[in-house]
Design a protein around this ligand. Structure first.
Ligand SMILES: NC(=O)c1ccc[n+]([C@@H]2O[C@H](COP(=O)([O-])OP(=O)(O)OC[C@H]3O[C@@H](n4cnc5c(N)ncnc54)[C@H](OP(=O)(O)O)[C@@H]3O)[C@@H](O)[C@H]2O)c1
Length: 294
């Protein structure tokens, strides 16, 4: 059974006032929480809303609140900031929304437990301007009690989604979604370079790409069915042979555009065709992706 959120008015500390940490801190102050902030470089604390208390040291900041949020550059920065003040974490809840790998998140959870603190890992699926607005989602895993106790506070940032007690899982989802995003953006850049070679402004390409790629996301569920059933030979799928990217590669070369992004996908397709699967679905390249030793 879910515990009732006990966080109305809970004091909270935010360590790290970069673009994201600042947005998180502002949402907390505006949400009525006594908020203590700390940043390595002092300039970042300027212009915060009235009510944010600036701590002189990371140790003072941690001691100020039962709930401590870290939003720093990376895993190394989290340790750099928290290791010297580890003794102050006992009995506190640590919510780390710094992007880390799953292994790093699990390490931090074990480390926090050694310090006597509860650890909740968060993956922010939003940009700073989205924090507190519709569309922002934060993926969490780790100590569910932290989420249950502070759900209303954490919901000030966006929709909170919980992925279970293994602290690394939220980060796995975060990085998996970012993989899709970066490859989509890279694909957009490739297409922009192709039409750009004929003087088409990227803005003009963006209009068509938004419409076309947006419509293509409707195919995810059908693709997922193929992956989940591993039924690559079923009716109605686009075959590997049909998916051959030869024309796309040739047109890119003809336009003087690099094929570095597209060539690896074509290599996966060609290997599957060479293995005798040409009539099977394009999705079959998933078998190579998921079993790669690299
Ligand atoms: N921005 C986004 O759209 C976004 C979206 C999702 C997730 N995130 C994640 O949120 C985290 C913060 O991102 P951000 O956009 O706020 O980055 P940022 O603007 O570059 O800020 C980085 C923050 O980390 C601090 N920092 C870096 N190295 C440090 C160290 N060794 N010791 C102490 N503090 C250190 C910086 O302090 P100084 O001011 O002293 O340099 C600054 O407060 C990252 O893990 C990022 O992946 C960001």
């Amino acid at each position: 059974m879910m515990r009732a959120s006990i966080d109305s008015g809970t004091a909270v500390t935010v360590l790290g006032l970069g673009a994201m940490g600042r947005a998180l801190a502002v949402a907390l102050v505006e949400g009525g929480h006594p908020t203590t902030v700390w940043n390595r470089s002092p300039g970042r604390t300027e212009g915060l809303p009235e009510g944010a208390a600036v701590a002189a040291t990371a140790g003072d900041a941690v001691s100020a609140s039962p709930l401590v949020v870290t939003c720093l550059l990376d895993h190394a920065a989290v340790h750099e900031v928290l290791d010297p003040v580890a003794d102050r974490l006992a009995g506190r809840a640590l919510v780390n929304v710094t992007t880390t790998t799953p292994t790093q998140a699990s390490e931090l959870a074990a480390w926090a437990a050694e310090c006597g603190g509860d650890y909740l890992d968060g993956g922010i699926m939003a940009t700073p301007d989205m924090i507190g607005n519709r569309g922002a989602t934060i993926l969490y895993s780790g100590a569910v009690g932290v989420l249950d106790d502070h759900r209303a506070l954490l919901d000030l940032w966006g929709e909170s989604s919980y992925f279970g007690p293994d602290a690394g899982v939220a980060s796995l989802w975060d990085l998996a979604l970012l993989s899709g995003m970066y490859l989509m953006f890279a694909g957009f850049l490739h297409g922009a370079a192709m039409v750009g070679s004929e003087g088409v402004p990227a803005q003009e390409f963006a209009v068509r790409a938004t419409s076309f790629l947006g419509a293509m996301t409707g195919a995810f569920a059908g693709i997922a069915d193929v992956l989940d059933t591993a039924d690559y030979a079923g009716e109605g799928h686009q075959s590997l042979e049909f998916s051959d990217l030869g024309d796309l590669l040739q047109a890119s070369r003809d336009q003087g555009v690099s094929t570095e992004l597209i060539a690896p996908v074509q290599a996966l397709i060609e290997r599957q065709i060479a293995a005798g699967h040409g009539h099977e679905a394009f999705e079959r390249i998933y078998e190579e992706i998921r079993s790669s030793p690299t």
